[in-house]
Design a protein around this ligand. Sequence first.
Ligand SMILES: *[C@@H]1O[C@H](CO)[C@@H](O)[C@H](O)[C@H]1NC(C)=O
Ligand SMILES: *[C@@H]1O[C@H](CO)[C@@H](O)[C@H](O)[C@H]1NC(C)=O
Ligand SMILES: *[C@@H]1O[C@H](CO)[C@@H](O)[C@H](O)[C@H]1NC(C)=O
Length: 278
Amino acid sequence: MDLLWVLILVLLSLSRYNMAMADSNSVSHSGNALNLESVRDSLIRQEDTIVFSLIERARYPVNSRLYNQTLGLVPGFSRSLVHFIVKETEAIQAKAGRYENPEENPFFPNGLPPSVVPTHKYPQVLHPAAASININEHIWDMYFNQLLPLFVAEGDDGNYASTAASDLNCLQALSRRIHYGKYVAEVKFREAPQDYEPLIRAKDRDALMNLLTFKNVEEMVKKRVAKKATVFGQEVTLGNNSSGNYKIDPLIVSHLYAEWVMPLTKLVEVEYLLRRLD
Ligand SMILES: *[C@@H]1O[C@H](CO)[C@@H](O)[C@H](O)[C@H]1NC(C)=O
Ligand SMILES: *[C@@H]1O[C@H](CO)[C@@H](O)[C@H](O)[C@H]1NC(C)=O
Ligand SMILES: *[C@@H]1O[C@H](CO)[C@@H](O)[C@H](O)[C@H]1NC(C)=O
């Protein structure tokens, strides 16, 4: 048997073992690809990607022609230039296998071409009935209508393709982080199914949300992302004095997390849990 299949079967049996042993805190079993520590490490590492992608987007002014649907910049395409660029970029990334990875969720899933390259067999750790949750429409709206105006300068420098590429990097980083809520929910469910099952059966969203909310952890995350924005976004000079200018306002990054990233991640977690027993 192919070595890869052996590995997948081992991972699958470990995850079954974990489910069976869930009440003895075995989710952090060292042989399993998914445990609380690996999920937490991934979330922390993804903060770096988000902060860097916002810093890159802040290099360009708002460039609002990119987002204007009525300008008709692309012949034969009725939506905005940014729609066109994101859709076409996703199509080529889909051909290269990007969306075979269950951590990746496309913004335009309809009509995406299949992968043309041999695909990696990703371990199936998510519950099949809940794995396809996709709230990218919500993330798209939040990013363009609420977040972007907070951190880009007025103006138009004509760099539409580069600006749209930066937007897509931000969108993908945010989408990956927010949809990672599926993994958070899976690991929490496996850790304490007895706490979640009655609430899931009762479809009690509010109680699930309460169970998933840890105010002190959220405060810590807000402080950490603001600090990352301070460190990553400062102007680096050879002297000892820094200018005190940041490429992105650290308060905007903590606001982004408080208002959107953490609430939307929890929304994904609740949606996932509600389908976890299907
Ligand atoms: C889009 O472009 C049209 C034509 O230039 C302009 O009239 C309209 O105000 C623009 N819309 C926005 C939201 O900027
Ligand atoms: C930076 O500070 C250190 C310690 O205060 C000092 O020795 C050094 O000369 C300073 N360097 C510059 C470039 O000012
Ligand atoms: C930084 O230090 C250099 C050399 O001491 C000085 O010429 C410059 O004005 C300082 N810059 C700021 C922003 O304080």
